[in-house]
Ligand binder design. Structure first.
Ligand code: GYE
Length: 370
């Protein structure tokens, strides 16, 4: 019995050892399995966090944007449209730099963008010349350059991918044609016009000034004086004040943007003269900003050729074409209108094309965003 019981005990012990071993093996297995699952889940989680971080950063397209400055209402609107287009929510990281109207600041900004290895460089050049070197550097770095608003004049047009902006000469031609219409209708015997120019050397200045010079030749206007108002209200006030002292018989001022028009209007009034219907001097302007159109509605401005500042949409279109490796278009002209303080719309013909001159209304002023 004893031996039996011993054997039985031994068997029992063996059995329980066996059972224990099985349990232990099972436990180790479970622990191992749990550990593996925990490690796997954690790793997956980590990976997901990593992915979230890097993926969204990877996805953001970096744009280095060098803006001319903040010299005018038009410029402010242009900056707003760029900032509204290139937001992080829309997949962009916009590096916005204000050059304060200095080309040297723009060149420095572009060099910084190259160092930062941005995906695109977008800029509005303050003047046309002097860009070859820095654009060659961008090209060597393989960064596409999109020029907006004013143009660059470079030896090799391959130094930039595309340009988006206005036909400034056409804007000037339209304004002059409307002015001629006004002169004929009102039987004004003599046009004594002064020209407050934009920033000298800027494409917008060159186009608008050339259109006026050509129109003065064509229609026989006396172009009394030309001087830059640097696209600012303050400078235009100064220039107009000086011109009024020099010439007594000015009856038209051709300002190359709205802010210059505002400065000129103040100078005219401070000199004891009047603007608008029945007044001494009539104002021609460009941009058609909200304030410009409001002043037209008030009678202060006679003609305002619109300059469309909404470039963001087109910049994005160009980028899409670059991404798809199918750049269809190098030069993009934005659509624009002409407004005048007239009772009714009418049409003009220019280069075989028809353009509507819009009579200013309260609705047009209200609809204008900036
Ligand atoms: O008309 C003026 C701005 O180049 C089109 O620059 C741009 C001009 C715009 O300062 O208001």
């Amino acid at each position: 019995l004893h031996s039996t019981s011993r054997r039985q005990r031994q068997m029992c012990i063996r059995d329980s050892k066996y059972v224990m071993k099985r349990i232990m093996t099972g436990l180790v297995g479970i622990v191992l399995l749990i550990s593996i699952i925990v490690i796997a889940v954690t790793a997956e989680g980590d990976k997901r966090i990593e992915n979230d971080g890097s993926e969204s950063q990877e996805k953001l397209v970096t744009i280095g944007f060098s803006q001319v400055g903040a010299e005018s209402d038009w410029r402010t609107a242009n900056s707003i449209y760029i900032k509204q287009t290139f937001t992080p929510e829309r997949g962009y990281d916009l590096l916005f730099e204000d050059a304060k109207q200095k080309q040297s600041n723009q060149i420095m900004a572009i060099r910084r963008f190259i160092q930062q290895e941005v995906d695109y460089i977008v800029f509005s050049p303050v003047v046309e010349s002097g860009w070859d070197t820095v654009l060659e550097e961008a090209k060597r770095a393989g960064i596409p350059v999109i020029v907006i608003d004013r143009k660059v004049s470079v030896r090799d047009t391959g130094l930039y991918t595309a340009w988006i902006g206005s036909n400034f000469y056409l804007e000037g031609q339209k304004a002059c044609k409307v002015l001629n219409h006004y002169v004929e209708e009102n039987q004004i015997p003599e046009v004594n016009i002064v020209n407050i120019q934009g920033t000298l050397g800027a494409t917008s200045q060159i186009g608008r000034t050339n259109a006026l010079e050509d129109a003065a030749d064509k229609y026989g206007w006396n172009l009394l004086a030309q001087e830059s108002g640097e696209y600012t209200e303050a400078k235009a006030y100064e220039v107009m004040t000086k011109m009024l002292k020099e010439y007594e018989d000015i009856n038209f001022v051709y300002c190359e943007n709205d802010n210059e028009a505002f400065g000129a209007i103040d100078a005219i009034r401070d000199a004891g003269k009047t603007v608008g219907p029945g007044g001494d001097i009539q104002i021609i302007s460009f941009d058609a900003t909200q304030e410009g159109l409001r002043r037209m509605r008030n009678g202060e401005i006679l003609i305002d050729a619109e300059c469309n500042p909404e470039h963001g949409y087109y910049v994005e279109k160009v980028m899409e074409q670059i991404e798809d490796k199918e750049l269809l278009q190098k030069e993009w002209n934005v659509p624009e209108e002409v407004f005048a303080n007239i009772p009714e719309n009418y049409e003009i013909m220019l280069g075989g094309k028809r353009y509507t001159i819009q009579a200013i209304t309260e609705d047009i002023v209200k609809q204008r965003e900036y």
